[in-house]
Ligand binder design. Structure first.
Ligand SMILES: [Zn+2]
Length: 555
């Protein structure tokens, strides 16, 4: 039995009585029905041209779908300045429908008339011909499909003279927010529904969630405008500087965070083979399914059948049944409430939240301040909430614990609203500091701890000094008051509390043997429910052994 400290209801208070009822309910209630995973894929506009214009090509594409378990396809009408032929789109749509697959459309807003001054990935939405062309593309697509996905290039960094004039006195962030919402309503949703009143339009968000506000992605307001949202759960080789040394936990963080934003509108996760090896590619279905995505979207047919990336598809095909089984254990996501307001700037802490998750410290990502939670993780991103300090004081007054990153502590230092007995800043060489404030606890942690998960370009991680090892263990010990963690896991092992169960994934390149702690006193002996890639629970019911990239679910 695993406890999770975070409940979204503002009225839910973890009194001992309620906590006991919660534990009993989790034991006695039947498990959630098995979740099914839908596998889907995309035929880009170029794939439509190159692979779906002949009967032979369509049959080969269907064979790929059968092999990959794909039961839904997205057939794209526009990408990179190219619009697919209407006759080919119709023939492909009808072919897959006849074969029993679900079929939707897709649009990628790259190469629509005027390019952004920032480069060819994005376009200038101030430009009138661009707006008109965009509208025409959505009218064309809505006439063919009842659902349209928008790939994650629907943003801009244009600073051309037209944009400068249109911006007026607004900041670029404000202007882009206003502009993208207006374009969404007036050039996409309005025209698409005028052509096809039944059409549902999905906005897919990129994985770079800490920079949305710079380029006009506004997930809460866009989730209100669009019919559904989709989540980029793409992962890359963490050693790749080119891809930004991404942490695998990012796919989990963004999916859970956007689910908090989009609620029931949240659909599947989307990933691709770029920047991966076959082994790293498989971290994506694993992480996407652990995050709870009901659909795993495999971008895209042309890449996954190419010489460059065929190996990734070949690696997934024989294993998909194991991921489908994993999905049946996934529900009841727990962890420590981790607060990132929508449109919040990360300061110097971009994607720090992904790193914290890679320390075996489970996060429950939220875009709303976790009122009533017993504990919260707060970083510079939380300053996006102008009411942060009063809210933090309420959390502390209720006896709560706030885990505060070093840069945030520095920013809060000396805030007259938050009187502390000593400066919040860490001293030189100090990695962790706990302070009693306002009836609760502030735990300040050093940057050096999350950065232990960083993989450099030579595939190396920082060695744990005795001081860092002790600090990491202390950090986790404090976390274990609120959720499950591991005191002895090396950095780059992630722990996912799932109701009464817990999944563990070893994202390191070496085998690990670890213990779990923070089981709310209920763990007499763990039981193995599910194992992937040779992971095992030792007969003592306490030691979890995981080869690299393996996963284990226990209860
Ligand atoms: Zn412009």
């Amino acid at each position: 039995m695993i406890s999770s400290c975070y409940c979204k209801s503002p009225y839910f208070n973890f009194s001992p009585v309620l906590f006991t009822i919660f534990l009993l309910a989790a034991i006695l209630l039947p498990a959630r029905p098995a979740q099914a995973v839908v596998w889907s894929t995309l035929f880009t506009a170029q794939d439509v041209r190159d692979h779906l214009s002949t009967e032979q090509g369509r049959r080969e594409a269907l064979a790929f779908c059968r092999k990959m378990g794909v039961s839904k396809v997205y057939i794209e009408s526009f990408r990179d300045g190219y619009q697919a032929e209407e006759a080919t789109l119709k023939a492909a749509r009808d072919f897959f429908l006849q074969a029993g697959l679900k079929v939707s459309g897709c649009v990628t807003t790259v190469g629509v008339s005027k390019t952004s001054s920032g480069g060819r990935m994005w376009v200038c939405y101030t430009n009138r011909p661009t707006q008109e062309r965009l509208e025409a593309i959505f009218r064309f697509t809505a006439a063919l499909f009842d659902e349209i996905m928008i790939d994650d290039f629907f943003c801009t960094d244009c600073q051309c003279s037209e944009c400068v004039a249109a911006k007026g006195s607004l900041s670029w962030d404000q202007f882009r927010e206003k502009q993208m919402l207006q374009i969404s309503r007036e050039r996409i949703m309005g025209p698409a529904h005028a052509v096809n009143p039944n059409v549902k339009v999905i906005i897919k968000f990129p994985q770079w969630y800490d920079r949305f506000q710079e380029r006009g992605y506004v997930p809460d307001k866009e989730a209100a405008i669009f019919d559904r949202i989709w989540v980029g759960t793409e992962l890359r080789d963490p050693a790749s500087n080119k891809w930004g040394n991404k942490q695998q936990y990012e796919g989990y963080f963004i999916y859970r965070w956007l689910t908090d934003v989009g609620g029931s509108k949240t659909g599947g996760g989307w990933f691709d083979p770029f920047g991966t090896t076959p082994t790293l590619y498989l971290d994506q279905p694993l992480t996407t399914i652990l995050a709870g995505a009901p659909e795993a979207f495999l971008f895209h047919y042309g890449a996954l059948t190419s010489a460059d990336y065929r190996a990734q598809a070949e690696a997934l095909a024989p294993k998909r049944v194991q991921y489908e089984k994993l999905a049946t254990f996934v529900s009841g996501w727990g962890g420590i409430a981790t607060y990132k307001p929508v449109s919040s700037d990360p300061g110097d802490e971009g994607y720090i939240l992904d790193e914290i998750g890679m320390l075996a410290i489970p996060e429950a990502p939220t875009a709303h301040f976790p009122e009533g939670a017993r504990a919260a993780i707060l970083t510079t991103q939380a300053l996006g909430d102008a009411e942060l300090v009063p809210k933090l004081l309420r959390l502390l007054a209720a006896g709560g614990t706030a885990f505060i990153s070093q840069p945030l502590a520095h920013r809060l230092n000396g805030d007259p609203q938050l009187p502390t007995p000593a400066p919040l800043d860490l001293e030189k060489g100090q990695y962790l500091k706990t302070m009693e404030v306002g009836g609760g606890k502030l735990v300040v942690f050093s940057d050096a701890l999350p950065h232990l998960t960083h993989v450099d370009g030579q595939n190396r991680v920082e060695q744990l000094t005795p001081e860092l090892r002790t600090a990491l263990e202390d950090f986790r010990r404090k976390v274990s008051d609120f959720t499950v963690t591991s005191l002895d896991a090396p950095p780059r092992v992630a722990v996912y509390p799932l109701g009464g169960r817990v999944a563990v994934v070893n994202y390191t390149e070496l085998p690990v043997a670890i213990h779990l702690t923070g089981l709310a006193g209920m763990a007499h002996k763990l039981k193995q429910l599910y194992a992937l890639d040779g992971a095992t629970l030792a007969p003592d019911g306490a030691i979890l052994r995981l080869p690299p990239h393996a996963a284990l679910v226990v209860e």
